[in-house]
Ligand binder design. Structure first.
Ligand code: ISL
Length: 580
């Protein structure tokens, strides 16, 4: 194992700065706020902090629209504050990775200002400029260069009257796509990355990095039923030159550098087969990817048309990723990030009775898979979706644009609101809940988005004081990864693939075997144990150490193993058994 990369046994914690901790009372989280709360991360035992964007930005997409790659937005502080944070992270033996957002810049980035200034500007070709569709009046309805829709509703093209052409934006119109075909663009990005590494950062989480290479012909996409725009994704997802770009980046940025780095590529639409290529160490592209299959299983006709998850679908999907990257490559494991609704509301039960139990069950199942787990701020407290009452409560451009387009197109506003409440990204963006005080200890001012009222009972201070809290369970899971080699290196074998209620699998490493069981329902469920697990040690479970109220007395600490070949899992119970 000594030859294995360090990040295989690491756990990453994502901080979304705007919502983590506000040190100056302006209602927006900042770098000094993060520095002041680093012991929370150190106590959890995480190895890496992933910092979502803090660069200067008009904040059209909360910082994923960057106007200067080599500075810090005054909202979040200064470069000095950044250096202090980085030093404090390192002083605690942790590493820090930056968010690298280079599929697009802000339209207020000087590169784009130059590019838009005239058709002959040397930077014109740094972005995707195209004339109106053949034979159509520039700027007229339907004259866009192709039929692609944007991720944030509407066309992916914006007409620029000054030069009479359109520019491509897969996200908001304030996020023009960079043209990676141009070698100068790539060189500029590489130089910027080296600048951050020289400053001491330990790697990058690469935003939508599998969308960098577009088919330069930019062909129309297929228009699915009832849709206004075409689906351009086959023409930009894992496009023709993507592997070349990533290998070049690795070579130009990391080669010959002392230190140990982590790169993780965010890759919507990536398949297992592509991911194996991206993460094959011999190819030198990225260390791991974020795939999206398991967080799309409860989407219907798009993400804002939620439907119930079928557990068998989840097992089939995650199981396929485990198998697909078994020999070559590596998985990242996540339920949550700043784009996803809260997992306890989504796949668990966020009511008072089963919040802790279901959040710890979900954590156990995820963290016992093979791969590198990511914890998103507040997940370790069991933070839940926000009780948004109307569209006025939302801040996110994706949700607001979707509302305008859907309601404008005649959809039932109550249905649209139902979709936003279930999957809107603001669910993940309410402030971190530090304590039970008015604004949850997040700010002394007025938070940019209201705190979740459940912070009165779901908060870090209360969790710290309660050994049965979600927080302490995450701490135990992270510690287990650091002490039990089978968690990191064990192979993965799915059990009960057809069971709609229980998630079960084996991990095997040398002489150690782990059996993981998770009840995905609020009812007691009997389970037939596989051969030979009778009486096996319970390494970790999520029932209260003192036992259930009407369950008879139990001693604290590990409970004895299951008595027979059949066990009954309590509602939302999780167990990790070990035998050697
Ligand atoms: O949540 C989504 C919209 O349905 C995702 O498709 C999301 O946009 C996608 O995961 C890309 O996310 C990343 O890039 C976006 C940014 O808005 C997200 O916050 C970021 O994580 C554009 O930079």
């Amino acid at each position: 194992d000594v030859d294995e990369p360090w990040w295989k046994s690491a756990v990453v914690y994502q901080v979304y700065p705007r919502s983590f901790a506000d040190s100056d009372g302006d209602g927006i989280g900042d770098l000094r706020g993060i520095t002041a709360h680093l012991d929370h991360l150190a106590d959890l035992g995480v190895d890496v902090l992933w910092l979502s964007p803090v660069y200067p930005s008009p904040q059209d997409d909360n910082g994923y629209d960057i106007s200067d790659y080599q500075d810090v937005d005054p909202l979040f502080g200064t470069l000095d504050d950044f250096d202090e944070l980085l030093a404090a992270v390192h002083a605690r033996g942790m590493r820090m990775i930056m968010d690298l957002v280079v599929n697009h810049t802000s339209d207020e980035h000087p590169w784009f200002a130059a590019s838009r200034s005239g058709r002959d500007d040397p930077r014109r070709d740094w972005y995707w400029w195209r004339p109106a569709r053949e034979g159509m009046e520039p700027g007229a309805p339907g004259a866009e260069p192709n039929n692609w829709g944007s991720f944030f509703s509407g066309s992916a093209w914006e007409f620029d009257a000054a030069t009479g052409e359109y520019y491509l934006h897969l996200f908001s119109r304030k996020q023009p796509d960079l043209n990676w075909e141009n070698p100068q663009v790539r060189k500029a990005v590489h130089a910027m990355m080296r600048w951050w590494l020289d400053r001491g950062v330990d790697g990058f989480r690469m935003d939508v990095v599998n969308l960098l290479s577009k088919d330069p012909a930019l062909p129309d996409g297929i228009v699915h039923e009832d849709r206004r725009y075409g689906d351009g994704s086959p023409h930009y997802t894992c496009g023709p030159r993507i592997h070349e770009y990533l290998r070049e980046m690795r070579r130009e940025v990391f080669a010959g550098r002392a230190g140990t780095f982590l790169t993780v590529g965010e890759m919507p639409g990536v398949t297992v087969d592509e991911a194996r290529l991206f993460t094959d160490p011999a190819r030198g592209e990225v260390d791991m990817v974020f795939q999206f299959e398991h967080v799309g299983l409860d989407h219907g006709d798009g993400k804002f048309d939620p439907r119930p998850l079928r557990l068998t679908d989840l097992k089939a999907s995650l199981g396929r990723w485990q198998t697909g990257l078994r020999e070559t490559g590596w998985n990242s494991l996540y339920w949550n990030n700043h784009d996803q609704p809260r997992v306890v509301s989504r796949f668990g039960d966020d009511g008072e009775r089963y919040r802790t139990r279901s959040a710890t069950m979900l954590a156990t199942v995820l963290h016992l898979h093979r791969g590198t787990p990511y914890v998103y701020q507040g997940e370790e407290l069991g933070m839940a979706n926000a009780p948004f009452a109307s569209v006025e409560d939302f801040r996110d451009i994706e949700s607001l644009n979707h509302w305008a387009e859907a309601v404008g197109g005649g959809a039932d506003p109550r249905e649209v609101l139902r979709g936003l409440r279930a999957t809107g990204r603001d669910n993940a963006r309410t402030p971190m809940q530090w304590d039970a005080s008015e604004h949850a200890g997040f700010t002394t001012g007025t938070p940019w988005i209201p705190v979740n009222p459940d912070h009165r009972w779901v908060n870090a201070a209360a969790a710290r004081a309660d050994p049965g809290s979600v927080l302490h369970h995450y701490r135990r899971l992270i510690a287990l990864r650091h002490t039990e080699p089978a968690v990191v290196h064990g192979d993965f074998h799915m059990l009960l693939a057809d069971d709609e209620r229980v998630y079960a699998f084996l991990r095997r490493y040398r002489d150690t075997e782990l059996l993981v069981l998770g009840n995905f329902t609020g009812e007691a469920v009997p389970v037939e144990l596989p051969e030979g697990w009778r009486g096996a040690e319970l390494l970790l479970g999520n029932l209260p150490p003192g036992g259930l109220p009407d369950d008879g007395p139990r001693t604290a600490g590990p409970r004895p193993g299951p008595p027979g070949d059949r066990v009954v899992l309590e509602p939302w119970e999780a167990r990790v058994h070990r035998r050697a």
